[in-house]
Design a binder for this molecule. Structure first.
Ligand code: TXA
Ligand code: MG
Length: 352
């Protein structure tokens, strides 16, 4: 299959040119006929198929090389469509929809019978998300209103924040890629499970625990990472799989800034391997590793979130073998950054 790439120059539907509108219509035709379209969202790029068509979901798993017990998120374009995907919807869902949708939040709800088990990985619950990207929402509407989409990467790789990464991972396995430029958030949506009480955050993202508890009252953070070989059924099945890991050996180094810098520089001096560091802007100039990747200013958590996955991919492209990362804890998206970084490191961390 030849993969077509279409580049958008406008993000708001009101500004779409006739060729942009035609690209949305073409995406809709592909989705309705059971094909796959990759599309931009504010978080990361998604690999979309008709959520109501079991064979589309099967194609998604095959294209990603993803185990079929790992359920897909159903993307909608209107808040009211929650009712067509889920049943016994608790009041909390409408409160969250009011505050945060469209936006980077996925809710786990009891699924309606007509949602195929191929889409939900056999679960009786369904993940629902309404993205704020207007390219995404226009495409969802045109594709029938219910689009199953995981992140558009090959299973195990970092989620794509640029269309070129989608092409690298999935060219030949998807009919059309809509290129909306660089993802604004760069980390996947926050997932909150509303089928339990109190609601549980299964994956941290740009909508933080504090933002959720401010509107819901008590919420529980339940995103401890399960070991890969865990027999226990994970709450969000995707959490049990190895994720984001670069080909090189990655360690998160915590501690006082000067200790981190000297630890990394000493380790780099002692090895013949190609060494790299993932650094904040402030300290980048102090490292003596072969490769230095900056993710942003330390106080700019949003920038760090936006750049992390790109940097992880670039480290592979540049052949980094021994990689160190500073730690980027913060009050906002920093929790999500550290969740992804520690996963990428297989939880290898050291305090110096
Ligand atoms: O930001 C995002 O959420 C992106 C964009 C494309 O929307 N999508 C995304 O999808 O990250 P994916 O498939 O890469 O991650 C979805 C996660 C997986 O860990 C999956 O196990 C979990 O959501 N999940 C899906 N349905 C679930 C359910 N019914 N119960 C618990 N976890 C679920
Ligand atoms: Mg993913």
């Amino acid at each position: 299959m030849e993969t077509k790439l279409f580049r958008f120059t406008h993000e708001h539907a009101a500004d779409f040119t006739s060729s942009e509108k035609e690209a949305i219509r073409e995406a809709g035709r592909i989705l309705k006929s059971g094909g796959l379209v990759a599309f931009p969202t504010e978080t990361v790029y998604g690999l979309g198929g008709d959520a109501l068509n079991p064979s589309s979901s099967k194609k998604i798993y095959a294209a990603k090389g993803r185990p079929s017990d790992n359920p897909l998120i159903v993307h909608i374009a209107e808040k009211e469509d929650l009712k067509n995907v889920a049943e016994d919807i608790p009041e909390e869902a409408w409160i969250l929809a009011e505050h945060f949708l469209p936006g980077p939040l996925t809710m786990i709800l009891k699924k309606k019978a007509h949602i195929p088990s191929e889409t939900t990985g056999g679960l009786s619950t369904v993940a629902v998300r309404m993205p704020s990207s207007e390219i995404a929402r226009e495409m969802i509407r045109e594709g029938g209103g219910y689009i199953a989409a995981p992140s558009a990467n090959r299973s195990g790789r970092p989620s794509p924040t640029l269309a070129k990464y989608v092409m690298e991972d999935l060219a030949g396995n998807v009919e059309l890629v809509l290129d909306g430029g660089s993802s604004v958030i760069g980390l996947e949506s926050t997932i909150i499970d509303l089928t339990v009480s109190p609601p549980a955050i299964l994956r941290p993202g740009a909508i933080t625990e504090k933002m959720l508890s401010d509107v819901l009252g008590k919420v529980r953070a339940d995103h401890g990472n399960l070991p890969e070989e865990s027999k226990e059924a994970p709450k969000a099945p995707g959490m049990k799989y190895r994720h984001y890991a670069p080909q090189g050996d990655l360690t998160v180094v915590r501690g006082k800034q000067e200790n981190v810098v000297s630890y990394v520089n000493e380790a780099a001096a002692e090895t013949d391997m190609i060494t790299a560091v993932i650094s904040s802007n402030e300290t980048a100039g102090l490292y003596k590793t072969d490769i230095i990747k900056t993710v942003g200013a330390r106080e700019d958590e949003d920038a760090i979130g936006r750049n992390l996955f790109r940097v992880l991919r670039e480290l592979d492209d540049e052949g980094a073998q021994l990689i160190f990362a500073e730690s980027f804890e913060g009050a906002g998206v920093g929790t999500a950054v550290m969740n992804r970084l520690l996963k990428a490191a297989g939880h290898k961390e050291i305090t110096v």
